[in-house]
Design a protein around this ligand. Structure first.
Ligand SMILES: [Zn+2]
Length: 303
């Protein structure tokens, strides 16, 4: 049974901390299990990044957006996820991961994939054309603890992330849950230790229970003092369209497009964010080419 992708927002520990809980197994299967992502290890790190983005959607309001980039040491290798306040989540991979041999990548652990020059970058679009960018190193090289480090460093908000993902035999995500806790001003210092201790139990709670409606019990299984403020659906949503693929179609060049028309073959363009394929038929391409062709007698632009 497909569980609902859900974010639960709470206040906990005498309302001295805000804690978000997410169940996003379904969403991870949609975003991270694309055929192009052949390495299971790379896919797992991708799922951690996307889960963090799902949790972070809880921190946004109105029209705010947040982009998360986890950059590994090797060139072209990064995981990207972005999210808005409505719980729309999307993600994609750097070309470097897609081009590398999956069997080579699967021999490495996540910390080895990240290497010693990894970094986390977050760009928060706070509206009115204003962006807030933060960047930190990755001392723990496991993404989840590095995100905790990110917030403690660059936002100076005592924060803790916990994410638990496990897989069935076919590599599908069976469990994908996470916790994001932040202390509110005035909270006692030792409180984060207690929260960290409680969140450590996340992988040990039988999460067959946490699916569907039973997921709503998870906050109460981890913490004994919880006020649920809100529940928000999170979903894989890109927002791409065929019209948005036109620049990529044009980038193939007039020669290649004309050749496809000659062969009477459609041209397929993939959205690099969500992997959705858009098909342009020869007659559509001919129309586009004739629209772009200079009209007779026009002067070509000087170089
Ligand atoms: Zn897309």
């Amino acid at each position: 049974m497909a569980a609902e992708n859900l974010l639960i927002k709470t206040l906990a520990c005498r309302r001295q901390a805000r804690i978000f809980f997410v169940n996003n197994a379904d969403l991870l299967n949609t975003i991270c299990r694309r055929p192009a992502v052949r390495s299971r290890r790379v896919r797992h790190a991708f799922a951690l990044t996307v889960s963090a983005a799902s949790l972070l959607s809880g921190t946004l309001k109105d029209h705010q957006r947040l982009s998360l980039k986890v950059k590994a040491s090797r060139p072209g290798c990064a995981w990207y996820a972005d999210v808005d306040a409505l719980g729309n989540v999307r993600g994609h991979l750097g070309e470097g991961w897609l081009n590398a041999a999956p069997e080579d990548l699967d021999r490495l652990s996540v910390p080895q994939l990240i290497g010693d020059r990894g970094f986390i970058q977050m760009v928060k679009d706070v509206g009115m054309n204003r962006n807030v960018t933060g960047i930190t190193d990755m001392p723990r090289r496991n993404i989840v603890d590095d995100l905790t480090h990110y917030f403690n460093q660059s936002e100076q908000t005592p924060t803790h992330f916990a994410i638990h993902i496990d897989y069935d035999d076919d590599g599908g995500v069976r469990t994908g849950v996470g916790v994001l806790a932040q202390l509110l001003p005035g909270a006692p210092e030792g409180l984060m230790d207690r929260i960290r201790e409680a969140a450590r139990r996340l992988p040990h709670i039988s999460l067959s229970n946490a699916e569907g409606g039973a997921f709503r019990k998870l906050p109460f299984l981890l913490f004994d003092d919880i006020d649920v403020l809100d529940e928000v659906r999170v979903q894989a949503y890109c927002g791409c369209s065929k019209a948005m693929m036109l620049p990529m179609l044009h980038a193939l060049g007039t020669g290649e497009l004309a050749a496809a028309c000659e062969r009477n073959e459609p041209v397929e363009i993939l959205c690099r964010i969500c992997g959705q394929s858009y098909r342009f038929m020869p007659e559509e391409i001919r129309r586009l080419l004739s629209r772009d062709a200079p009209s007779p007698g026009s002067v070509p632009p000087s170089p």
